[in-house]
Design a protein around this ligand. Structure first.
Ligand SMILES: C[S@@+](CC[C@H](N)C(=O)[O-])C[C@H]1O[C@@H](n2cnc3c(N)ncnc32)[C@H](O)[C@@H]1O
Length: 243
């Protein structure tokens, strides 16, 4: 009888230890997830090239990485949507709840930019437009940004003229509309004197003055690099919304 009691007590002790281990491991796991969510992808400083930068090969890979850091069904905008080529990648990678596609869609000195590209975009995304996911908005970037609500955008992608003055102005205006933890991104993060690209100086000066961190730079061909920035966080901690 004594032996039987000892065995029962021994089994009960093992079961209790196992229970404690299971509970502890659950706690450790959830804290680990929370901490991972809280850790910034980059320290709060601006360094254009450095080992901490995430440098996926294409911009779509970059969107996939960023998608892990934004809330699910994010609100996304592309200013300079052209024919919707990049918009298709944004839809695939970020799975937005809402995707606003905006462009001048006017005849300009650049033969690639045409008024009829708006129709191409409307045809290309006809299903998503009728499902209420894609919204098409025509007009100059500055006006379009002004029409957006404060802190309403989780992922902002800028791809218009790439000239220094306009890009700097667009970034200044865009920061008001970025949601907490949201990303401000764009295309042609390159030095190209011939194309008169001013994206790098515009982004770096903006980031330094307004305290944003460059979190991602994609690398494919030099002329097609994209960047993403996030508002600098206190002590390097960004609050990413719960997914
Ligand atoms: C390089 S294309 C964009 C390509 C597109 N983002 C893609 O990757 O599929 C640049 C676009 O910016 C538009 N654009 C130029 N200046 C603009 C402005 N001030 N406001 C809004 N759109 C503008 C042009 O009409 C053109 O469609």
């Amino acid at each position: 009888m004594l032996k039987k009691n000892r065995i029962i007590r021994f089994i009960a002790a093992i079961a209790a230890v196992l229970l404690v281990l299971v509970v502890l491991s659950r706690h450790t796991h959830s804290y680990r997830d929370d901490i991972r969510r809280l850790i910034a992808p980059a320290p709060p400083r601006v360094v254009v090239m450095g080992s901490w930068l995430s440098t996926p090969r294409t911009r779509e890979l970059m969107y996939e990485e960023v998608s892990k850091l934004v809330r699910s069904k994010p609100t996304v905008i592309e200013i300079g949507a052209w024919k919707g080529v990049n918009a298709a990648a944004l839809l695939r990678a970020l799975r937005p709840g809402k995707l606003i596609l905006s462009d001048l869609w006017a005849e300009t000195s650049d033969p690639r930019y045409k008024a009829r590209n708006e129709d191409l975009v409307r045809k290309r995304f006809a299903n998503e437009i009728s499902a209420g996911i894609v919204k098409v908005r025509k007009g100059p970037s500055k006006e379009q940004i002004e029409m957006l609500e404060d802190r309403s955008i989780d992922f902002f992608y800028l791809d218009t003229t790439h000239k220094y003055e306009l890009t700097r102005d667009e970034l200044e205006r865009a920061q008001r509309v970025i949601a907490p933890g949201g990303f401000l991104c764009g295309h042609n993060f390159v030095h190209d004197g011939r194309a008169n690209y001013g994206v790098i100086p515009a982004v770096v000066e903006f980031a330094l003055e307004e305290k944003w961190s460059i979190t991602h730079i994609s690398r494919k061909k030099s002329s097609t690099r994209s960047f993403c920035m996030r508002r600098m966080a206190l002590h390097g901690v960004h609050l990413t919304p719960q997914r």
